[in-house]
Design a binder for this molecule. Structure first.
Ligand code: SF4
Length: 504
């Protein structure tokens, strides 16, 4: 499946670089290739797009390419969230990226070994190359996906909602050119008998009628399968019926919490069991039209206390057996969202190596109302409840069609279901028995426990030898320090910088 999760922006960059007269090779790393063999040897400049969980891999790659004389650039979520750290390992770190930013980097194209240049556009680009222009990059990426081939498309950027933890909450909503989108959908019908499109919009369907009109005007009804992330507030019954008519097969709404963030689930003002009942009814209505729904939850929010939030999620599972729950442990990704400043001010952010910041392998915010063992106990309990054979069978029976049924079973028995129960159980055991391990969680030491360093070494394989010294560590309060520096400079005061000292 991994090639199906490939990001869109590296493909966009490939098109822009070619338009600017360069020869481009694009490699999508799905986690299995031997990158040292697969990557081209003689390149002038390398752009790497990475989520934070791939940061250590990206840092090692940058080091490898720099040793061969190339200039390196980091973009994507990690560059947006942790620019100060990434500047230590790349010649350029790009934030919001448009064609002008790329042109500037290509023109300068010089090494900045001591500290990379941080460049960011004022806003997201107003247009990006569509599927037709990106096709050769899409095609080479999808060759790595043998069974399901998901084409990445996008029709809008940003989001009008303000979920405090979300990187898109501070990006104004902006639709892209629906004309390009219409052409792309028609183009896809010439490439696949029945295409499968994954919408990368942060929140699909904000301008619901315009969007659906564009789809209906360009392709026959239900001729393409679509998958999208959308908030429950946009998924009224008439909207869901229209989505079904147009081939939508999977929807991923965020519920997040039983106590807050009610705006996006249309449950403002209600909480607890009342919210569970209302959301469950809503999701069951959607399931009558759309065969696959993943409901997303964040575990460990500051409003959570005791076992009640976990018990409420279990009641939701009982009432909504057809939905597949996706759990994320609360994570503060650097400067992704203003809320992270509050966590950093409170001293709650832990320096977990980026490699584990995938919302599951680590929670880098100390839970406000739980001890660590208590928190993990609740997480294990909920995960077990979700993936008992009885729950898997109930989900199977409550799901209408064959593919979603199989998908649910596969996810349950894979690293996502059974695998996580095993992993969380090991973390809880170490929290109880290993003083150094627990000390890291309690911020008594910054020395990374061997449990984690061993895993990074194993996952990086031959790239481990290219990981630069110090690249396992980062300053978890870099955002706060940068903000303090900025406000001190703007008020004319002399800033005092306190360096975070790590044990090596
Ligand atoms: S609705 Fe979704 S995309 Fe929009 S701010 Fe909230 S989490 Fe982010």
């Amino acid at each position: 499946m991994n090639a199906n999760f490939a990001s869109l922006m590296p493909q966009v960059l490939g098109v822009w670089c070619e338009e600017l007269g360069h020869d481009v090779t694009l490699v999508c790393y799905t986690g299995f290739e031997n990158l040292v063999d697969e990557l081209p040897k003689n390149v002038d400049i390398v752009f790497i797009g990475a989520f934070s969980e791939a940061a250590q891999t990206a840092y090692a790659l940058s080091n490898l390419f720099r040793s061969r004389g190339a200039v390196t650039v980091l973009g994507g979520p990690h560059a947006r969230c942790y620019p100060q750290d990434a500047q230590k390992y790349f010649d350029y770190v790009v934030g919001l990226t448009d064609k002008q930013v790329i042109e500037d980097v290509l023109e300068d194209c010089s090494p900045h070994q001591s500290l990379g240049l941080h460049i960011t556009a004022k806003q997201q680009p107003f247009s990006i190359p569509g599927v037709r222009e990106r096709w050769k990059f899409i095609e080479s990426t999808l060759k790595k996906a043998p069974l399901i081939k998901l084409v990445p498309m996008i029709g809008s950027l940003g989001c009008p909602y303000t979920c405090s933890f979300c990187i898109d909450s501070v990006i104004p909503y902006q639709p892209l050119d629906f004309g390009i989108l219409k052409e792309d959908l028609s183009f896809l019908l010439t490439k696949f008998r029945r295409p499968l499109v994954g919408w990368h919009d942060p929140n699909f369907g904000i301008r619901f009628d315009d969007y659906l009109n564009a789809i209906e005007e360009s392709v026959p009804p239900d001729s393409i399968d679509f998958i999208a992330e959308s908030s429950l507030s946009l998924l009224s019954e008439p909207h869901v019926k229209r989505l079904k008519r147009n081939g939508f097969k999977a929807i991923l709404p965020g519920i997040e919490s039983w106590y807050e963030l009610g705006g996006k689930s249309k449950t403002n003002g209600i909480a607890g069991m009342n919210k569970v009942s209302q959301v469950s009814e809503h999701v069951n209505m959607i399931l009558r039209y759309i065969p696959y729904i993943q409901t997303n939850f964040v575990l460990g929010l500051d409003t959570d206390e005791g076992s009640e939030p976990f018990e409420l999620t279990k009641r939701f599972l009982d009432l909504t057996p057809g939905a597949f729950p996706g759990y994320s442990l609360l994570s503060a990704f650097g400067q992704a969202a203003p809320l992270n400043l509050e966590y950093q001010r409170a001293g709650s952010v832990l320096p977990f190596p980026f490699h584990f910041l995938d919302n599951n392998h680590a929670m880098n915010v100390k839970p406000k109302n739980y001890s660590w063992p208590e928190f993990y106990q609740n997480v294990i309990d909920l995960t077990r409840y979700t993936f008992t054979w009885k729950a898997i069978a109930k989900r199977f029976a409550a799901t209408g069609s064959v593919k979603p049924r199989l998908m649910n079973v596969l996810r349950a028995v894979s690293s996502e279901g059974f695998g996580r129960i095993k992993y969380f159980t090991e973390v809880r055991r170490l929290l109880r028995t290993d003083r150094q391990f627990r000390g890291f969680f309690e911020k008594e030491t910054t020395r990374i426990p061997p449990f984690y360093t061993d895993m990074i070494r194993k996952d990086l394989g031959s790239l481990w030898d290219w990981l630069p010294p110090g690249a396992m560590y980062h300053d978890p309060n870099a955002y706060l320090k940068a903000e303090n520096l900025r406000s001190a400079q703007s008020s004319g005061k002399t800033p005092v910088l306190v360096e975070h000292i790590f044990e090596k």
